[in-house]
Design a protein. Structure first.
Length: 205
């Protein structure tokens, strides 16, 4: 079996961990955005700033890949994971932007549940990224993300059913449907990241 050189530089792991920590920040801002006392323009500004920093971190990962002779795992997987983490942040930023643009202030309880799922996904993703160093004990991470994604799917369907129950005005239905669809997209993006991590772990084991 061919020997595989592994770099001692841990910068890739640190950068992935940083990206995931910004997802925790973004999920927190998203939760703040739907709270009754939120200063929504200010929260949206903070989210844009966090998304910009996350973008810069992603660019740094790409620069490191392009300038490194030896990478901790396949370059394609590094690109995919960096892009996947960035996509989650973009989806959360989109939700915050929609809430601000649509001037939505009242949210069904089901939307609160979706945001709670996103916060939990962000937390366990941030906990998982440092484990890429050893590729150990990561199976619980992607199993839990999959469970949360299934819960998010159910919440999404229930929210849609509630929106079309006749209790909401047509314009509210249109606005809230866009928001819950973007929330669902963020949850799906977390699962995509978990799937990438699983594929990396299988290939490297």
């Amino acid at each position: 079996m061919a020997l595989r050189l592994r770099p001692t530089d841990t910068s890739f792991y640190d950068l992935f961990t940083t990206s995931a920590q910004y997802l925790v920040t973004g999920a927190g801002l998203l939760a703040e955005m739907i709270s009754d006392e939120a200063d929504r323009p200010q929260v949206a500004k903070q989210m844009r700033e966090a998304e910009h920093i996350c973008d810069e971190n992603t660019h740094e990962i790409v620069r490191r890949v392009n300038s490194s002779f030896v990478t901790p795992f396949d370059r394609e997987d590094i690109y995919s994971l960096a892009s996947g983490l960035d996509d989650v942040m973009d989806d959360m930023d989109e939700v915050v932007d929609l809430i601000l643009l649509y001037e939505v202030v009242n949210f069904p309880a089901e939307i609160l549940h979706q945001v709670e799922i996103i916060q939990r996904c962000a937390e366990i993703t941030a906990e998982a990224m440092p484990k890429l160093r050893t590729m150990a004990d990561l199976d619980e991470y992607w199993i839990e993300i999959n469970r949360l994604e299934n819960s998010g799917d159910k919440s999404y369907r229930r929210t849609l059913a509630k929106l079309f129950s006749g209790d909401f005005k047509a314009i509210e239905v249109l606005k809230l449907k866009d928001i819950i669809t973007s929330l669902e997209g963020a949850i799906d993006a977390f699962e995509k990241v978990a799937n990438i991590v699983e594929q990396i772990t299988v290939k490297e084991s």
